[in-house]
Design a binder for this molecule. Structure first.
Ligand SMILES: *Cc1c(COP(=O)(O)O)cnc(C)c1O
Length: 236
């Protein structure tokens, strides 16, 4: 199938999952996870209707920005962000989805202040409690959200999660349900800031329909659009 056909198929699946639970498909945005793709492929995806690209490697993103590859689409940073690289990301992307520590939050605030922008962010939650994953533990989320809420150059838009790799269909659905609950709880507790909390980013190629069924507003899909990526570390 062509990229345009894959986009169409994923959109249909999103709409179907939304309708199953009585949601308006228009509430859900498909984020194309473009890691390892070329600037030309990114342009092709945007020409075929992709409205948001998600990048998770700073170096690749910087190269694509130099090519103006994302023209016509919004850009989200979805990967692990080191504090020494925030200057390449803050003010260059519409949303940083992967803020999982106070240290990173503060680095983003400092850079945003320096260049005079207000950076939209999501807090990444380590919903599976995995040792190896970044993200704030669910029990520490409210404290981090409160810190974000008082920073003048950061605007908290919601939450993001990457659950453990699933081994069977439906396996991650409880994590998505837990995320939705956390989202509702935090939004409810945030008073002033809650009006800006409109985004819940969860679901990837293997499980985005379950994520939509549980309330995702952003799904980050790579493989189902672009095909399999080379294994990590392989030349490409
Ligand atoms: C690569 C990536 C995705 C998309 O993964 P697929 O399984 O290829 O759909 C989603 N989110 C993040 C953070 C990613 O790095």
């Amino acid at each position: 199938m062509s990229l345009a056909e894959n986009i169409q198929k994923v959109r249909e699946n999103i709409a179907q999952a939304a309708r199953e639970v009585g949601r308006d498909p228009g509430e859900i945005t498909l984020v194309a996870a473009t890691k390892v793709q070329t600037s030309d492929t990114i342009r092709e995806a945007i020409a075929a209707g992709i409205t948001v690209c998600g990048e998770n490697r700073v170096q690749e993103m910087t190269a694509h920005l130099g090519d103006d590859a994302y023209a016509g689409a919004a850009l989200h940073f979805i990967g692990h962000l080191q504090t020494n690289k925030v200057k390449f990301v803050v003010g260059k992307v519409d949303l940083i989805e992967s803020v999982g520590s106070e240290h990173l939050l503060e680095a983003i605030e400092r850079q945003a202040e320096k260049i005079g922008v207000v950076q939209d962010i999501l807090l990444e939650v380590n919903v599976g409690g995995e040792e190896s994953k970044s993200g704030v533990a669910p029990e520490d989320l409210f404290a981090l959200a409160q810190k974000a809420a008082v920073l003048p150059h950061v605007r908290l838009r919601g939450l993001m999660a990457i659950p453990p790799a699933a081994h069977a269909p439906g396996e991650n659905r409880p994590f998505f349900a837990e995320m939705k609950q956390l989202f509702v709880d935090i939004k409810g507790k945030m008073d002033d800031n809650s009006s800006a909390m409109d985004s819940l980013s969860m679901g990837m190629s293997g499980d985005y329909m379950d994520a939509v069924r549980e309330g995702a507003t952003l799904v980050r899909v790579g493989t189902a659009l672009f095909g399999p990526r080379p294994p990590m570390g392989a030349p490409h």
